[in-house]
Design a protein around this ligand. Structure first.
Ligand SMILES: O=C(O)c1ccccc1NCC(=O)[C@H](O)[C@H](O)COP(=O)(O)O
Length: 224
């Protein structure tokens, strides 16, 4: 099943920055609802956003990032803000997925260099009756859930069996304008996700770096 985005910028903390990042060419924006994150957006900080129709004519996917939140909070926040996608970035068990609103698309994050573990978890999700709509591969940094700027082990994912029918794969973890093209070449993901690699300080995006990231990622995802 295809995904509606290729380049996601995560951890936006103001509407102004959301507009700039979309204008820079990103097609998905991540809003971080993890209270302990420096990129925490706060439930009430943004008005309902729908699909951000007022930012150019692009179709933008809004993704809410959650870490071990009660499922009621995820469903409620998604409805309140107008999120169609949620990113589960904590230790949510497979049984959690069928409890989410069925209209929501799920991106399940994996902090591991062990591809077999990803496959085993996807099997468990299938047994529970709800597959993720996309998987996000992130670096595994002890004591952190994400947004660390550490690079994932690209080779561990590059060696996967690409014939297997799996949800679309989004690569994250330490991506920057400088390394994203090489990461795409090695892993061949369906899309990429970045937070710290395009920031001046945590939660504040450097729009010039976002533009450089988008340009490098687009050329590598769609080589001429
Ligand atoms: O950004 C955070 O602070 C964060 C906290 C807890 C869970 C996830 C978090 N961020 C996720 C992301 O921004 C990205 O999906 C991913 O981890 C890549 O981040 P980065 O290595 O900084 O590009």
């Amino acid at each position: 099943m295809p995904i509606p985005f290729r380049i996601k910028v995560c951890g936006l903390t103001s509407r102004e920055q959301m507009v700039s990042v979309v204008e820079a060419g990103a097609d998905a924006l991540g809003l971080n609802y993890y209270e302990k994150s420096k990129r925490f957006v706060g439930e009430w900080k943004l008005p309902p956003l729908g699909e951000l129709e007022d930012i150019g004519q692009q179709a933008i996917t809004l993704v809410g990032l959650f870490v071990n939140h009660p499922v009621e909070v995820v469903n409620y926040t998604a409805a309140r803000v107008g999120l169609r996608w949620v990113q589960l970035h904590g230790d949510e068990p497979p049984e959690y997925l069928p409890l989410l609103d069925p209209s929501l698309k799920i991106m399940r994050a994996y902090r591991t260099d062990n591809w077999e573990r990803v496959l085993a978890d996807l099997d468990a999700c299938r047994s529970c009756g709800r597959n993720p709509d996309a998987i996000l591969l992130d670096a595994n940094v002890l004591g952190h859930y994400g947004g660390t700027g550490e690079t994932a082990d690209w080779q561990a994912f590059a060696d996967r069996d690409r014939e297997q029918q799996l949800p679309p794969l989004i690569l994250a973890g330490g991506l920057t304008p400088e390394n994203v093209a090489e990461a795409i070449r090695v892993v061949q993901p369906d899309g990429v996700d970045v937070a710290s690699g395009v920031e001046s300080t945590p939660g504040i995006k450097d729009i010039e770096r976002v533009k450089q990231f988008v340009s490098a990622a687009k050329s590598a995802l769609h080589p001429a």
